[in-house]
Every structure is written in structure tokens, then in C-alpha cells.
Design a protein around this ligand. Structure first.
Ligand code: NAG
Ligand code: CU
Length: 166
């Protein structure tokens, strides 16, 4: 019976690992406020968990702001490298493709230094070991493709098995 308990636990863990990575989240930076002056993006990011495969969405009036991806120094000094190309569409979707710290600033005027338009997040690796999603496709829905379905079937199966042992 101990063996079965271990087996059931394993099924549960595997199903969680299979389902979780496909739940891509779109984070609208600043929520309804969007990407704007004098918003506290540190407070906004606090308590949120960003995973590889999620997207950041920067919403603002085109021309009023932009988005530069910078490094820690650029973040601290509010300075984008001269070679840095800004995103300027007003609805910029940034797929979080790799784990680690990511820094973003607005490169217009003194919006970063005086207007607090700077965002630092830490992207966590995907749980489980599924291959990284294609970085160029932005999926707005959390449920996409057969992998999710497969995960749910495994989950259901795990829950079904578990119901016999609890
Ligand atoms: C923004 O929020 C963070 C965390 O809640 C806080 O530590 C910081 O002082 C705030 N910054 C400003 C400029 O209010
Ligand atoms: Cu700006």
C-alpha cells in the first residue's frame, strides 16, 4: 500500500508539472494605469510571480512613452545604451523568454529618473521540463494546444486514482 501511495503522489506531481508551464500569463504593466508617469512599478511587481513563457504588456499612448530593455546599470542610472532600440507601439508585448532579472525603463525625457517609469522583475524558470514555447508567438489565452489537454487528462487520472486512497 505504501508503494501505491508513492505512485499516486508521483502521478499528482507529474500532472502539476505538466499543466503549470502551459498556463502562460499576460501581465499588463501597471494594470489599468498602464505604462505612465509616477506609478510605483516596484509596488506593482511585488508579490507577482513571473515565469518563462509569460508576457509583459506595456500600454500607453503611442509617442508619449516608450520601453527600453536595459541592464542593472541602465536601470539605476535611468539611461538606455545608445544602441538600444525602444519599443514604441503603445501596446508592446514582451515575451519573457529566459529566467533572471529584467529591467525596463522609459527612455523619453526624464520619465525614468523623475517620473519613476522603471520596472524591475525577476523571471522564474518554468516548472517542469517542457520545451520552451516559441518566443515569437504571443498567446493571449492560457489554454493552448494538446499539451494542456494532455496535462488535464493526467490530472484527472491522478485525482481519480487518489480518490481511492484518501
Ligand atoms: C514603491 O513601493 C515600494 C514597495 O512597496 C516602496 O518600497 C517604495 O518606497 C515606493 N516608491 C515610491 C517612489 O513611492
Ligand atoms: Cu515615459
Amino acid at each position: 500500500m505504501a508503494f501505491m501511495n508513492v505512485f499516486v503522489s508521483l502521478v499528482a506531481i507529474v500532472s502539476i508539472a505538466l499543466v503549470s508551464p502551459t498556463m502562460a500569463t499576460d501581465f499588463v504593466v501597471g494594470d489599468e494605469s498602464g505604462w505612465t508617469l509616477r506609478f510605483n512599478y516596484t509596488a506593482w511587481a511585488e508579490g507577482k510571480q513571473f515565469y518563462v513563457g509569460d508576457n509583459l504588456i506595456f500600454n500607453y499612448k503611442e509617442g508619449a512613452h516608450n520601453v527600453h530593455k536595459v541592464d542593472g546599470t541602465g536601470f539605476r542610472e535611468c539611461l538606455a545604451p545608445l544602441t538600444s532600440v525602444a519599443l514604441t507601439s503603445g501596446n508592446d508585448v514582451i515575451p519573457l523568454a529566459t529566467p533572471g532579472r529584467k529591467w525596463y525603463i522609459c527612455g523619453i525625457g526624464k520619465h525614468c529618473a523623475d517620473g519613476n517609469m522603471k520596472l524591475l522583475i525577476t523571471v522564474l524558470p518554468q516548472m517542469g521540463s517542457s520545451p520552451a514555447p516559441a518566443p515569437s508567438t504571443s498567446s493571449s489565452s492560457g489554454l493552448d494546444g494538446p499539451q494542456t489537454l494532455f496535462g488535464f487528462i493526467i490530472s484527472a487520472f491522478g485525482a481519480f486514482l487518489m480518490s481511492f486512497f484518501i
